[in-house]
Design a protein around this ligand. Structure first.
Ligand code: XMP
Length: 513
């Protein structure tokens, strides 16, 4: 494993992902972890991440004692580099000129980490402090106009530091630097491949579950689908999947779960069509938080009944519940062992005390892109693997106003057209999410044919994002927008107007409710 020491603000996640893109397993640890504990994980390499602090600020995170005498090849990036430089006697100063964004890195030709790179390349910088003198024993291998020491190394001791960010895509040869460090300097082997991940995870599930029984709630989303498919591979018919159809999914999605997923995996599926129940509970409700609460509450009730049926009908008690928890959730909640309680941000929160399960979380070590690759490896259909994120409360929070069957039908048709045209333009994977929102309580005049119409607007909300925490509006080509607009107003009765939301997040959120 490669340890990525996190100096704050999630800087480590991107580095950890890049290491895995080099087919090497990586794990994020907090900078407060004692070095002995890190070494107990037997790391092949250590990477110190960037962070938001200045090494001079009181309370700025320091490197743990003994960090630079482990003998394990260590690369410091940005703040991690400055921590290294300062700890070993170099000079880190608050420079007058900050360096944010692109900069030209000049490589001296010396040393090993940057070997083979051009004499000049564009790199991404983000720092106020600068290292003006490297510690003794280090060779300075690169600089920029602003930063005298932009890269340094002491190969004899396995220590390397770069001020720039090799992990961001704006650094021309960033991945070359990562690969060079991992393969040449640290001797890592590229054996974190999808085949291995699938095999290891399947073995681990088998070991955990033994011959006992498992249930899994499918949402229609990629995480629960891949988790379910994996567990199916591991323990076959000991698994029963439950799909609660709340009637708030998009066109074709329930069928995808009921037909395509089952065909691809051979899983035992227990479907509960709870549309009537959800729609009557939602009748007349307009407040978004009320909608969410009602849907969450009803989901648990329906799931509980289904689970009791499954638990009751088997000779062996069901002891395990599959959760599609991903690595970013694990890192954000500070690690933990993941056995006892179901976290509230998951779909199946708050089951009653007498219905307790141990959790099976086969995706706990994976990032989203790895989950998708794994889904492909397991033979799931592309429509499931590449599905955009979709909120648990579904279309209920994309109807501004009360939810009804008619309104759902209108929105489903408009949404299907938008998705179809996006796919047809080959832009599915360029867009993070593409909510279509029905302003059900707003009416607007139109003219169609020879007559005046008085219907509702829909809002197109295509966004780009890395993690849904921040987002930007997607610059879809005008022709695609035009096509979507024409088709929706022609084909969906009751929609007279199509508008595009060009708010970023922040200040807007991705969803309208
Ligand atoms: P916002 O709208 O806050 O959304 O920018 C961020 C991401 O979360 C999704 N989202 C939800 N997912 N239950 C969910 O499971 C919810 O209540 C919910 N609300 C928003 C949203 O689609 C986006 O991916």
């Amino acid at each position: 494993t490669v340890l990525v020491v996190d100096f704050g603000a999630q800087y480590a996640q991107l580095i950890a992902r890049r290491v895995r893109e080099c087919s090497v397993f990586s794990e994020i640890v907090p900078s407060t972890m004692p070095v002995e504990e890190m070494l107990a994980k037997r790391p092949k390499a250590i990477i110190l991440s960037g962070g938001p602090s200045s090494v001079y600020e009181p309370g700025a995170p320091a490197a743990p004692t003994g960090m630079f005498t482990t003998g394990v090849p260590t690369l410091g990036i940005c703040y991690g580099f400055q921590v290294m430089a300062q700890a070993l006697g170099g000079l880190v100063e608050n420079s007058d000129v900050a360096e944010y964004g692109g900069a030209v890195l000049r490589y001296s030709g010396e040393g090993s980490l940057l070997a083979g790179l051009p004499a000049e390349q564009s790199v991404w910088m983000s720092h106020r402090d600068s290292c003006s003198a490297a510690p003794e024993g280090f060779t300075v291998t690169a600089s920029t106009d602003v930063t005298p020491v932009a890269a340094m190394e002491d190969r004899a001791h396995g220590l390397y530091g770069v001020q720039f960010h090799p992990e961001v895509m704006h650094t021309d040869h960033g991945m070359d630097v990562m690969r060079r460090f991992l393969y040449e300097e640290a001797g890592c082997r590229p054996n974190w491949t999808m085949v291995n991940i699938a095999e290891e995870t399947i073995d681990a599930v088998r070991a955990q579950v033994g011959d006992r029984r498992v249930i899994c709630a499918l949402s229609g989303g990629v995480d629960s689908a891949v988790a379910g498919a994996l567990v199916q591979r591991a323990v076959g018919d000991q698994l029963t999947c439950v799909f609660v159809d709340h009637g708030l999914l998009r066109k074709g999605e329930a069928e995808q779960v009921e037909k395509d997923f089952v065909a691809a995996t051979g899983v035992n599926l227990h479907v509960v069509d709870a549309t009537d129940r959800f729609l009557s509970a939602l009748e007349g409700v307009t407040d978004p938080e009320d909608k969410r609460k009602i849907i969450g509450r009803e989901f648990i009730r329906v799931f509980e009944v289904a689970a009791r049926e499954i638990v009751g009908e088997s000779a062996e008690p069901v002891e395990f519940l599959v959760q599609g928890t991903l690595y970013p959730d694990v890192v954000e909640s500070g690690g933990g062992t993941g056995t006892a309680n179901i976290k509230s941000h998951h779909n199946v929160g708050g089951l009653p005390d007498d219905l307790r399960f141990q959790l099976v979380e086969p995706l706990r070590t994976l990032f989203k892109d790895e989950v998708r690759a794994l889904g492909e490896q397991l033979g799931l259909p592309a429509e499931i693997v590449w599905r955009h994120p979709f909120p648990g409360p579904g279309l209920a929070i994309r109807i501004i106003g009360a939810v009804s069957r008619d309104r759902l039908d209108v929105l489903r048709d408009a949404d299907a057209i938008a998705r179809e045209e996006l796919s047809r333009a080959g832009l599915d994977r360029d867009v993070w999410q593409f909510p279509v929102v029905l302003l059900a309580d707003v009416r607007s005049v139109g003219v169609q044919g020879d007559g005046r119409t008085y219907g509702h607007p829909v809002v197109l909300r295509p966004v780009t994002s890395e993690d849904a925490m921040t987002a930007d509006w997607a610059r879809l080509p005008f022709e695609v927008l035009q096509k979507i607009s024409t088709r929706i107003t022609n084909e969906v009765a009751d929609v007279t107007r199509v508008v595009v939301d060009i708010t970023s997040k922040p200040p807007g959120t991705i969803e309208w409710e």
